[in-house]
Structure formats: structure tokens, C-alpha cells
Design a protein around this ligand. Structure first.
Ligand code: FUB
Length: 482
């Protein structure tokens, strides 16, 4: 079983010793929180969603302390069903996967097509030049993977290739056309891929508009708009020292550009390199990136981290807030309302604040949300308020209550899942926490049930504390006596 956050809080120290010993083996749970793995060093993460699972494909940094070079020989896979708790599946490809290669298992990305999984890798071939793009293929997200081509897909002998042929990102458009972008040393390149996914289709082009591109492109599409994030290392709003990098991004209305630069989406991280991927999972957007934050970490001993990514209403992206906690668990799925008689519809709702364009009526109108972004039955939000806000039920006479269920609203913009919450009741003179309450859950896309010792009250309150810089919202708040 993957570790939960509760486990982590309760027994992180005890678990550490066990995990350090156990994690060499595949299929072993990895730490949650950021970095997501701390028993080994991992870098260049590439997310992929398959069904209800998010995979992260990453390189492994094996440089000893004080070694100022990449020592990278294998690519590993991690998976999660909630973007918070991760399982390490071990190395699923390595330099030996490519008989023509000899070193440097650098950044990679996996793309699915017709049930096959194509793993595009940066690797040092034994031929002329330095880095190449190879491609392995497997029949499942975990492989086994074998060399798909018998030689590089892209090398220094590919006409118009990059000054450094690394960091492939492969994107398949709605019409089935796949594209590969790659490059380093300020040299982004792009090409179409044939439907066999292992041959370029036509000429390599030099995309325009990727301002200050350095390396590490990642392409995705949202609402019909193409996005490219990429590492830049300019000191013009990106980094304080050009040994480091940030993630800039650009958008386009055509998959081959031209691109329009939009700004910085991830600031400098604690490692000099900055490599990220973006993915939508269970209705929410995530950025997966690396830093040097694991104990003993450094520029060649990096670690993968995951955080939420938010879009503004105009499609621009907010800067990712780099956290040590990682995102809250997001198990997804519509969920079913808890059984029992819901006392909420018979109450009058009130709140500390409701946004003008949202509705407090949402919380007790009996709606059944499909997910945390579902506005179909109204949504309550308290934007632009931050910190602690509340919603409250008042009944004309006392009710006995010992359980609530909360379905949070998350608009992927200013309203997010809260940092914490507490159930309170009016004891005749003030609001106090209901006695014996279980954890007040903050997961999205589900009913968070909190139980407590029965109270008899006319007023029940849900106190909600936001995550930094964000507001909170509720789609449904149910109250029961079991
Ligand atoms: O991990 C080796 C190289 O460092 C990657 O290919 C680059 O993107 C940078 O992260």
C-alpha cells in the first residue's frame, strides 16, 4: 500500500529507516510530500496519465557527493492514484536498453499511441557527436521496454538538429499527428513524427517565439491552445545567476508555432538545472519538476517534486508555488453522497463571505457534484478572501448532529482546496470545535466525512482555512446524525 499523509505525519521518522532499506526494490511505496522520493536522487520528471494513474518517468542521479558531473545510467518510473502518494517501480529502462548507446541517461518522456508506450530518451550514443534521442517501446506504462529502432531517432547527423540533441517532448494532437520538440544550448527544434512514432516525418524546423529557450521543452494543449514550457537562464526576470534556470512558457495556435512568449511559470529552483512537465489529472493541473531539496542533494543529486498549477481565466498560467508539502491527495472519481438523512437542506445557510458571482445556496441544495470543478448545481466560493472563512447552518430548533460531509469547490483559478478545516458548533455563548472530531479532510473530487461526538445545537459551522494566496469554496456540505 502506498503511504498516506496521515502515515507520514504519524510516523515519518520510523518509516524513514524502513524505507531507506526497502526502496531499492521496485514496487515499493515512496515518500509523499516534496521531494516525492528521498532515498535516491531523481531528475528530469515527465508525467503521463493513464486511466486513474499518474506516472512519472525520471532519470536517476548517481553522482557521489562532491562529483560535479551527471552520473546517470537509468530511467525509473513512479506512479500515484492521487498525485500525493507515490510508488517506486524501479528502473524500467537504462543505457543497456539501447545497444548503440554508452552513457548519459538524461531527460526523457513517454507518449502512448494505440496502446503502446514510446519512451523518448536523451542518451549518449557511441557514434559521432555527443547526445542523441533514442526511443524504446513497451506494451504497458511499466514496460518492459526495448529499443524500438536499433539506432538514434535524432543525432548530430540529423539535418538542422540542435546544438545539443537532448530533452525530447512528444505531443499528439487531436487529429492523431504527433510532434517532437527537443534541444539544448539555446537551440529548440521541432519535427512531425510518422504514425509509427519512430521516424521523423519531414524536415526539422526551428520554432520561433520560445524567448530565451535554453533546454527542457514540454508541450501540452488546453482549451485548444498549445503550450510550451521550457528552461531559460536569462537574468531578465528569470534567474539571479545564469548558472540556474527558470521555466518560461509560450503559447501558440498551431502545434509548430509561431509561439508567443508569456512569461515565467516556475521560478529558479534549488538545483542549477530546471526541468518540468505539466499534466492534468483527476480534473486538476500539476507541474512536476526537480530541485536539490532532498537531504544531501545538489546540482547533480536532484529530486522530483510535484505541485499544483493554476490557470487564469484568460488562459495564462500562474507561477507555480514550490511547496514542501506537495499537493493534497486527489483520488478523483465522482463519489457517492454518504448514506443518511441530510439535515442541511432544512437549515438556513450563512457565511463570512460569498463571491458576487457564486452562490451560498450551493452548499445545501442537495446537488451531487461530478467533481470539484462542477458548477452544475451552483458553487459557493469566497474569493478574494484568504485565510479563515466560514459557512454556517442555523436550524429553528436544536438538531443532534455527529457527522458532516464536505465536497470542496476548486475552480483551478483563485479558489483551491483548503489547507485545513474544522467543524464547530454554537455552545450557547460561542463557537467551539465539535468534540472528538476526526480529520477534517481537504481532498478534491470526493465527500470528506468528519465524524464527532453528537452535539445538540441550532448552529453548526465549518471553519475553512485557505492555502497561501488562494480562496476556498464548497459545492455541498452535508450534516447527519448517524
Ligand atoms: O539531467 C541531465 C540534463 O539536465 C537534462 O537533460 C536537462 O534537461 C537538465 O535537467
Amino acid at each position: 500500500m502506498p503511504l498516506t499523509r496521515t502515515h507520514r505525519r504519524a510516523g515519518a521518522a520510523a518509516l524513514a529507516a524502513t524505507l531507506v532499506a526497502a526502496l531499492a526494490a521496485p514496487g515499493v511505496p515512496a515518500y509523499a510530500a516534496n521531494p516525492i522520493v528521498t532515498n535516491i536522487y531523481t531528475a528530469d520528471p515527465a508525467p503521463l496519465v493513464v486511466g486513474n494513474t499518474m506516472y512519472i518517468y525520471a532519470g536517476r542521479d548517481e553522482a557521489a557527493t562532491g562529483v560535479n558531473n551527471f552520473v546517470m545510467r537509468e530511467w525509473r518510473v513512479f506512479s500515484s492514484t492521487d498525485a500525493a502518494n507515490w510508488t517506486d517501480h524501479g528502473a524500467r529502462a537504462n543505457i543497456g536498453t539501447f545497444p548503440w548507446a554508452g552513457a548519459d541517461a538524461w531527460a526523457s518522456e513517454v507518449e502512448e499511441r494505440n496502446g503502446r508506450y514510446y519512451w523518448y530518451t536523451s542518451v549518449n550514443g557511441n557514434g559521432p557527436g555527443w547526445m542523441n534521442i533514442g526511443v524504446a517501446v513497451g506494451d504497458s506504462p511499466l514496460g518492459p521496454f526495448t529499443d524500438a529502432k536499433g539506432g538514434p531517432l535524432i543525432s548530430d547527423s540529423t539535418p538542422n538538429s540542435s546544438g545539443l540533441n537532448i530533452d525530447p517532448t512528444v505531443f499528439t494532437d487531436d487529429d492523431g499527428q504527433a510532434y517532437i520538440y527537443w534541444g539544448g544550448y539555446w537551440g529548440p527544434r521541432a519535427a512531425k513524427l510518422k504514425s509509427n512514432m519512430i521516424e521523423l516525418d519531414g524536415a526539422v524546423v526551428t520554432p520561433t517565439g520560445l524567448t530565451n529557450f535554453w533546454e527542457a521543452p514540454w508541450m501540452f494543449k488546453r482549451n485548444g491552445l498549445y503550450y510550451m514550457i521550457y528552461a531559460a537562464n536569462d537574468t531578465n526576470g528569470c534567474v539571479t545567476n545564469s548558472n540556474y534556470a527558470c521555466q518560461r512558457y509560450a503559447t501558440a495556435t498551431n502545434p509548430l508555432g509561431p509561439w508567443t512568449h508569456r512569461g515565467v511559470v516556475l521560478d529558479q529552483v534549488s538545483s542549477t538545472t530546471n526541468h518540468a512537465g505539466v499534466v492534468q489529472f483527476n480534473g486538476q493541473w500539476y507541474m512536476v519538476y526537480h530541485n536539490a531539496n532532498a537531504p544531501g542533494g545538489g546540482n547533480f543529486r536532484r529530486s522530483v517534486a510535484v505541485d499544483r498549477l493554476y490557470f487564469n481565466a484568460d488562459g495564462t498560467m500562474q507561477k507555480v508555488v514550490q511547496t514542501t508539502t506537495g499537493p493534497p491527495p486527489n483520488p478523483g472519481g465522482p463519489g457517492q453522497p454518504p448514506a443518511g438523512t441530510n439535515l442541511a437542506p432544512s437549515a438556513t445557510a450563512s457565511t463570512s463571505h460569498v463571491s458576487a458571482w457564486e452562490s451560498l445556496a450551493a452548499v445545501n441544495n442537495g446537488g451531487v457534484p461530478a467533481n470539484s470543478q462542477d458548477r452544475g448545481n451552483l458553487a459557493y466560493g469566497n474569493w478574494p478572501q484568504q485565510g479563515t472563512q466560514w459557512i454556517e447552518y442555523t436550524w429553528p430548533s436544536a438538531r443532534s448532529v455527529n457527522r458532516v460531509a464536505t465536497y470542496w469547490f476548486d475552480d483551478n483559478q483563485g479558489i483551491d482546496l483548503p489547507a485545513s478545516c474544522q467543524v464547530q458548533y454554537w455552545n450557547g455563548s460561542s463557537y467551539v470545535a465539535v468534540p472528538g472530531q476526526s480529520a477534517c479532510g481537504v481532498a478534491g473530487n470526493t465527500y470528506n466525512v468528519t465524524t464527532f461526538t453528537t452535539v445538540s445545537t441550532t448552529r453548526l459551522r465549518l471553519s475553512i482555512t485557505s492555502r497561501p494566496g488562494l480562496s476556498t469554496g464548497v459545492l455541498e456540505w452535508m450534516a447527519f446524525q448517524s
